[in-house]
Ligand binder design. Structure first.
Ligand SMILES: *Cc1c(COP(=O)(O)O)cnc(C)c1O
Length: 358
């Protein structure tokens, strides 16, 4: 018997997500925070872990964590929904609000999971493609597409292009369309102060903001993300989610991290200054083009990108993400910003390879 014949037709083209990770000396492929967490955060996390009984089921509502996140954003608990990473919330959003005849509008090139989850939930997707040169969004085209849509997802700052979405465009979408609007702010901690639109949630029942502990907080392995949204959205997602998807360890550790988050500020500012140093270093390499970034990664167009990426991995044990065959990202690699030593290793290896490839 071949079980694949019996799969729901819409799921037949999907394959297990296997990024084929090769252990590398320097891994700058997944936008993780590679800095060591500050001692204060590490000790709070350790204490939280030790105090957590594993024989008990989690609080399915994760209320202690929701309260800490609500306090962070100055909203009430009813506006916070936690998930097993931002990914679970994205899936549940499509599961709850998508489906046949409910179009999702996105602005590719963007995060590939949106289209994957939409396909799984049989949700048609309209892509309003970004400008091929500077990745800017055509606001008029976006608003026009969103008029017929159930849901719009904007990524700010965007993965993998690194740029922010204008606050005015978010406001315009809310004013001129009837769509639910999700702003995915997975990287917003690396953007200039005032870049978030989370404050608009209080007055816009159709706006949702996604955050994660996987990037700036340095907890990608923990799998915790959350949504700030209208209580009706939070309830809808609460009703469809796997009730224990955020486990006791994840809740306790995330709570400790959120409570000690001010200690993270020096790590974040180091990553931001390393990002600018990386961009400056890349500008010295012949044939390399970069774009400005408000994130912890840099998109770079390099000659013979796929080969350069392979040689970085095989000859220098440096792993980066290859987007060179993705539509709209021809020749592009995505370089996560690491520690100073990691970024130097990347720059040195790239300089060597590009000299040899020239
Ligand atoms: C990393 C990322 C997320 C969420 O990741 P999780 O680890 O599932 O929390 C969401 N959106 C974008 C654009 C991302 O890059």
């Amino acid at each position: 018997m071949d079980a694949s014949d019996r799969l729901r037709p819409v799921l037949r083209s999907f394959e297990p997500y296997d990024p084929a990770f090769s252990p590398c000396r320097v891994n700058l492929s997944a936008n993780e925070n590679t800095h060591e967490l500050p001692a204060e955060v590490r000790s709070a996390i350790g204490a939280a872990f030790r105090a957590t009984p594993l024989n008990r089921y989690p609080d399915p509502m994760a209320n202690a964590l929701r309260d800490a996140l609500a306090a962070r954003h100055g909203v009430s608990r009813e506006r916070i929904c936690v998930g097993n990473g931002g990914d679970e919330l994205l899936f549940n959003l499509l599961f709850a609000f998508g489906g046949p005849e409910r179009t999702l509008v996105t602005c590719p090139p963007d995060f590939a999971e949106y289209a994957n989850f939409a396909a799984m939930c049989e949700t048609p997707v309209t892509g309003v493609w970004r400008d091929a040169e500077d990745f800017s969004i055509d606001g008029d085209a976006l608003v026009a597409a969103a008029r017929d849509a159930a849901l719009v997802i904007l990524t700010s700052p965007n993965n993998p292009t690194g740029d922010l979405v204008d606050r005015a465009l978010v406001e315009r979408l809310l004013a001129e369309t009837d769509a639910l609007v999700l702003v995915d702010e997975a990287y917003v901690e690396f953007a200039p102060e005032g870049s978030s639109v989370v404050d608009l949630v209080a007055t816009n029942p159709r706006l949702m903001v996604l955050r994660t502990l996987s990037k700036a907080f340095g907890l990608a392995g923990l799998r915790v993300g959350y949504l700030v949204a209208n209580p009706a959205v939070v309830d809808a997602l609460g009703a469809v989610r796997q009730i224990y998807s955020v486990d006791v360890v994840a809740q306790a550790v995330a709570l400790a991290a959120v409570e000690t988050r001010s200690a993270l500020a020096p790590v974040i500012s180091d990553i931001v200054s390393e990002r600018e140093r990386l961009i400056a270093g890349l500008a010295n390499l012949a044939g390399v083009r970069t774009w400005p970034s408000a994130t912890n990664f840099v998109l770079a167009r390099v000659p013979r990108a796929a080969e350069v990426r392979r040689r970085l991995r095989d000859e220098h044990s440096v792993l980066v993400r290859d987007f060179s065959s993705a539509p709209g990202l021809e020749g592009c690699l995505r370089l996560s910003v690491g520690t100073r030593d990691e970024n130097d290793a990347l720059l040195d290896a790239l300089a060597t390879i590009l000299r040899e490839e020239a």
